[in-house]
Design a protein around this ligand. Structure first.
Ligand SMILES: [Zn+2]
Ligand SMILES: [Zn+2]
Length: 315
């Protein structure tokens, strides 16, 4: 079996399925020779945070890169700047003006606060084609509202002295249902329904490329569809929370909307990913990362990585 490669974009070292302990992202360094660049299939964790404004983690978003093309999933805060950071470190697919296809798991604000950024900044940086945007029902309405909010900016940039393209700010929205929702020469993308509290529709995605698979849970409580979608996949990126709260409302919220570390261990034991990657980790008051991973390992014996922003993982 080919070994899964994990790279810390901050430490610039290949990891052996461990926690990447990085310095602040401002310390741009020359990429190592072994880093995945324009070819292959890998995931770049652009933002691994959650709603809390942790200054060391941007909002949830990642890029799947296949054969030199980037497919963005979710648009948390900082999405385009994080892509620019990855571009600066040697991933050409993440150049701002090349970001033209994205997938939303659901419409919670932490996953969409960067959507105006993803629509407008690549265009300001001379993207001339519309953004192709796949997401649940409600995506079109959100995009319509963003376009309306920025109508004067768009008009000024097209008709003023900037002479921006009249097409690159546009968005072609595809409101999707579970199933194979996208395919090109690089990837096949399959959406599956997950259970995220009272959201009518929330999605996970499976990306297949050249016989390798990367599965993204999105935000979800323990859901059988994640197990089915992974089913021995190469990489499963899953959300998690750990610890407990004294607030009964908090306990009820997390049980309905998210997956505890113990539950994730059970999910991973059934899904059997070759590597489990934690992103969107919510620590409640009385816990830490080590305890969270220990809880996962009670049921799941495979490797676990707690991702940091700008980590790169290649199946
Ligand atoms: Zn979230
Ligand atoms: Zn959510």
């Amino acid at each position: 079996m080919k070994k899964i490669k994990i790279y810390c974009m901050i430490c610039m070292v290949a990891l052996s399925a461990a926690v990447c302990l990085g310095a602040p992202i401002a310390s741009a360094q020359k990429p190592p020779q072994t880093q995945p660049s324009s070819h292959g299939f890998f995931v770049v964790l652009l933002g691994t945070g959650m709603p809390r404004p942790d200054p060391t983690r941007q909002g949830p978003s990642l890029a799947i890169v296949a054969n030199g093309k980037a497919y963005i999933v979710d648009a948390g805060t900082g999405v385009v700047r994080q892509a620019a950071a990855a571009y600066a470190r040697g991933i050409p697919a993440l150049q701002a003006n090349r970001l033209d296809i994205a997938f939303l798991t659901h419409l919670h604000s932490d996953h969409t606060l960067g959507l105006p950024d993803l629509i407008l900044t690549p265009w300001v940086m001379h993207r001339t084609v519309p953004l192709q945007l796949y997401g649940p029902v409600g995506t079109q309405a959100m995009v319509d509202n963003i376009e309306s909010a920025y109508a004067e900016d768009i008009d000024l940039r097209i008709h003023g002295l900037e002479h921006n393209s009249a097409t690159g700010h546009k968005v072609v929205v595809h409101e999707i249902q579970p199933g194979v929702i996208y395919q090109d020469e690089n990837v096949k993308v399959t959406a599956f329904a997950v259970k995220h509290g009272s959201w009518k529709e929330a999605l996970g995605y499976r990306f297949d490329s050249n016989g390798k698979s990367i599965v993204l849970s999105g935000d979800t409580r323990p859901t059988e569809s994640v197990i089915e979608a992974c089913n021995g996949c190469d990489v499963l990126v899953h959300e998690v929370y750990s610890g407990t709260s004294r607030d009964a409302a908090d306990v009820a919220y997390f049980a309905s909307f998210h997956t505890s570390a113990t539950q994730l261990g059970e999910i991973a034991a059934k899904a059997k990913p070759k590597l489990l990657v934690i992103s969107h980790y919510v620590p409640l008051s009385n816990t830490n990362q080590t305890q969270m991973v220990q809880k996962i390992h009670k049921k799941y014996a495979g490797p676990v990585v707690v991702a940091n922003d700008l980590d790169v993982i290649a199946p």
